[in-house]
Write a protein that binds this ligand. Structure first.
Ligand SMILES: Cc1cc2nc3c(=O)[nH]c(=O)nc-3n(C[C@H](O)[C@H](O)[C@H](O)COP(=O)(O)OP(=O)(O)OC[C@H]3O[C@@H](n4cnc5c(N)ncnc54)[C@H](O)[C@@H]3O)c2cc1C
Length: 399
């Protein structure tokens, strides 16, 4: 019997286990359904450390992002994880966007994030010679990290600290026996005194089995990427982002220079027909049924704005020309030939029963369990302080 069992070998699960092992002498285990770690969100993302200029001051998201960026940079340096402190240029294409840059700058100041305002297209081009834009905000603290290497570094630390790993163990059923929990897995039964559910795209399913988080459901949104072909990668020096629209849940298509020097373009945000439907032809009938019978989903889609965004995003998924048209707004010199299809990731986006997209980190507790229901972007950036925070809550409750 383990004291605490963490379900999910992504950056959040491994970070919680790390902080539990550091803060206590409890017997901790990590259970992962795949045979390797970081197979889902933690290994299929943009790999950007978002320093927090676009999050509401005082919010958990802002706090975790600023602290997470600093801590993850230190962690990468200590553990030899590839990291590129390239910075980001957020470029404004019209007057309305230029005005929003001012708001972003105020938020950045309030969150203690360093930024420089670039006025006029010439200044923008000093930083990104091929980008469009009449003004921009440059944030030098943004960085790019190899997220899979990061999760493997966490796992290797955990193994040294005596944490048990059960890979290839999918938790199918969780039962609370009154004093402990029984986990029926695809590879046998495990018992634990306390459960931390960090199962990402499947976190709501496990939580619901224990009667927790019933007001929420995960609706999977796929993010697809293209990448610039090798001889066009030099068009982008660092990262080029559009000005975020505060009314929209996801940032538009953007350019990110990864630590392996590839320049990825995307992601879009299209409703996935399955929690692990990585291709736009993949369908999981069961997951799709769950989404289509969820009233929160229909309430979300009832908003005219969301319906129109959903249509645009679908278009970008099935028509390369639509995706490239969105990407050309930031980098006018590119053509369809410059883009090669790349990988995709799926966001575990929690939608509340009233149709609200939950944008803040969300976790709920049961009598012997803690459930991470919403570790949305910047969940990678935030993973160290978030895991630390959760470990503290778990230890308070475990006592
Ligand atoms: C397209 C995309 C781009 C993103 N870009 C960024 C970015 O640039 N910067 C940033 O900070 N954040 C980004 N994010 C967000 C970030 O990737 C996530 O917030 C973070 O990886 C969540 O980690 P996690 O450990 O909660 O989930 P996951 O990495 O999904 O881990 C959950 C694990 O649980 C396992 N699991 C699930 N069910 C079970 C079960 N029943 N039994 C056993 N194991 C199970 C899964 O196999 C998985 O390994 C992005 C996300 C996406 C999808």
């Amino acid at each position: 019997m383990h004291d605490v069992t963490v379900v999910g070998g992504g950056c959040v699960g491994c970070s919680v286990a790390k902080h539990l092992a550091e803060r206590s002498s409890l017997d901790v285990a990590v259970v992962e359904k795949e045979y390797h770690l970081a197979a889902h969100q933690s290994g299929r993302n943009s790999g950007v450390l978002h320093p927090g200029f676009n999050y509401e001051p005082g919010s958990l998201k802002a706090r975790f992002a600023t602290e997470g960026t600093r801590r993850l940079k230190e962690y990468a340096a200590e553990h030899g994880i590839p990291l590129d402190e390239c910075g980001v240029v957020v470029t404004a294409l019209d007057d309305a966007e230029e005005r929003r840059l001012g708001d972003l700058r105020e938020q950045a100041d309030a969150n203690g994030v360093e930024t420089t305002l670039l006025s006029g297209s010439e200044e923008v081009r000093e930083y990104e010679p091929n980008a469009a834009g009449q003004a921009a905000l440059y944030c030098p603290e943004a960085a790019s990290i190899d997220s899979q290497e990061y999760v493997y570094a966490l796992a290797s630390e955990l193994k040294d600290a005596g944490v048990d790993f059960y890979v290839g163990h999918r938790v199918d059923e969780v039962r609370d026996d009154g004093s402990s929990l029984a986990l029926e897995t695809s590879n046998g039964r495990l018992e634990t005194r306390y459960l931390v559910n960090a199962a990402g795209l499947h976190a709501d399913e496990l939580a619901h089995q224990l009667g927790v988080g019933r007001a929420y459901q995960i609706v999977p949104f796929r993010g697809e990427y293209y990448e610039l072909v090798p001889d066009r990668q030099s068009l982008v020096e660092s990262m080029i982002y559009p000005v975020p629209d505060p009314d929209l849940p996801f940032l538009g298509v953007h350019y990110t220079r990864r630590t392996d020097d590839k320049v990825i373009v995307g992601p879009n945000a299209v409703l996935a027909f399955g929690r692990e439907a990585y291709r736009n032809t993949d369908v999981s009938p069961r997951d799709l049924y769950d989404t289509l019978t969820y009233r929160g989903f229909w309430r979300l889609m009832a908003s005219r704005e969301m319906a129109s965004v959903a249509w645009d995003e679908l278009n970008k998924s099935y028509r390369k020309s639509a995706f490239v048209a969105a990407a050309r707004r930031l980098l006018p010199g590119v053509t369809e030939r410059d883009f090669a299809k790349s990988y995709a990731g799926i966001r575990a986006q929690v939608v509340a029963a009233d149709g609200r997209l939950v944008k803040e980190p969300l976790f709920e507790h049961g009598p012997r369990s803690t459930h991470v229901l919403n570790a949305v972007s910047p969940g990678l950036t935030s993973s160290l302080p978030f895991g630390d925070h959760l470990a503290e809550r778990v230890l308070e409750r475990f006592d």
